[in-house]
Design a protein around this ligand. Structure first.
Ligand code: ATP
Ligand code: MG
Length: 366
């Protein structure tokens, strides 16, 4: 076997976790029938799209919520394809002034799709403009300056707004209620990821056996983007250390080099849990403090690491901050500390476990 130690500590799963890479588009499903999992969302969207098409109307506005890499952008382009309409894509941070948004809204075509990513970052003045556009298909435009300024209402074509966010709790309720269709995208199970992996493997022409598909699905953090990224890395390993086929042996050797375990946890996940235990007595600790302690940007801590650690039952968000669970102590082999910390924290620690104030929606308390 070749020396591949240099790959130690390379984070494949987290690096640029929210950035679509160039090869992502090749693997992006184009129609609902290629989109795996999310059964209810698919069924409902299929019905709403069919009905809108038959009426010759624009689809109602769609709100997509879910952690990075689960298919929000993909679904937006699928909606446009299924509607047989155009799509314009932008992201809220790219819209700076009302004229940026007005420029797009006055140019959308009838029944087309306008996709705004990271919609929780929209500026208030733009949000107000969007309310009217979504509801009345008009925009208010101020002409002139000073005392002679007047507002004109300009009609715009009927369009479908698709807003996507990883942080539903940060979207104002007036905006949220203007979406007629709400889709909360969940992590994928191993069977669904297996289907995605097989489809991607055939698209990029890499042989992979069934056992390897199962293992890859297990360590993909319930996330298609990570499954696809790992698939490409495993292909590299398979070509260099084996005969080109991704087998279970290739997967085992690759994940060891990539610092990932079969639960999809990587070094930084374990570091986060260990830091809470070693520096903060198991928690609670605020997200800001934790992000500094582990040297991770708050966005990637909140959007990428925490949702999966919470879903796997290693971490809890409580009104007082983040706390580890008994499962985290077990993972790190620190059970003896758990008892000591529980005793030291007394009842406050115990009530922190799944307490009434636990934040199921991912709204942030600190
Ligand atoms: N249900 C699915 N079936 C098959 N492939 C999928 C599915 N969902 C996502 N993918 C794949 O995962 C990749 C990432 O998905 P996408 O870019 O849509 O995620 P996202 O939710 O928009 O992420 P972000 O929040 O980072 O913008 C896509 O290129 C696509 O190949
Ligand atoms: Mg996206």
């Amino acid at each position: 076997m070749e020396d591949i130690d240099y790959l130690q500590s390379t984070s494949v799963v987290a690096t640029g976790y929210q950035d679509a890479d160039a090869q992502e588009n090749i693997l992006r499903p184009k129609f609902l029938s290629d989109f795996q999992g999310q059964k209810k969302i698919k069924e409902n969207l299929g019905v709403f799209i069919k009905a809108a098409r038959e009426r010759g109307e624009a689809l109602d506005h769609v709100f997509l919520i879910g952690p990075p890499g689960l298919g929000k952008t993909t679904l937006a382009s699928i909606v446009a394809n299924e509607m047989g309409s155009e799509i314009r894509m932008t992201s809220a941070p790219a819209l700076d002034k009302p004229k940026d948004l007005a420029g797009i809204l006055t140019n959308v075509t009838e029944n087309s799709v306008f996709f705004i990513d990271e919609i929780h970052r929209l500026k208030p003045a733009l949000e107000e403009m969007l309310y009217i556009a979504m509801e009345d298909f008009e925009i208010d435009w101020v002409i002139g300056q000073g005392p002679s300024a007047r507002t004109m209402r300009i009609p715009i074509p009927h369009f479908t707004l698709i807003g996507a966010t990883t942080k539903a709790g940060m979207v104002s309720s007036p905006l949220q209620t203007r979406f007629g269709i709400n889709c909360r995208i969940e992590f994928y199970n191993e069977g669904e990821l297996g289907q995605i992996i097989k489809r991607s493997a055939s698209l990029i022409n890499v042989p992979i056996d069934d056992e390897a598909v199962g293992l890859l699905a297990k360590c993909s953090r319930g996330t298609p983007r990570i499954a696809n990224r790992l698939l490409r890395r495993f292909r590299d390993f398979a070509e260099v250390i084996a005969d080109g086929t991704i087998t279970a042996d290739v997967v085992h050797r690759s994940i060891k080099n990539l610092g990932i375990d079969l639960n999809g946890l990587e070094d930084q996940d374990r570091n986060i849990l260990r830091t809470i235990i070693e520096f903060y007595g198991g928690g609670p600790v605020g997200a800001d403090t934790l992000s500094i302690s582990v040297g991770e940007a708050i966005e990637s801590l909140e959007d990428f690491y925490e949702p999966y650690l919470i879903q796997k039952g290693y971490l809890k968000r409580t009104p007082r901050g983040r706390m580890v669970t008994a499962k985290a102590y077990e993972l790190l082999g620190l059970q003896d500390r758990m008892e000591a910390q529980m005793r030291a924290n007394g009842s406050s620690y115990l009530t922190g476990f799944g307490g009434a104030g636990q934040d199921a929606q991912g709204t942030l308390f600190d």
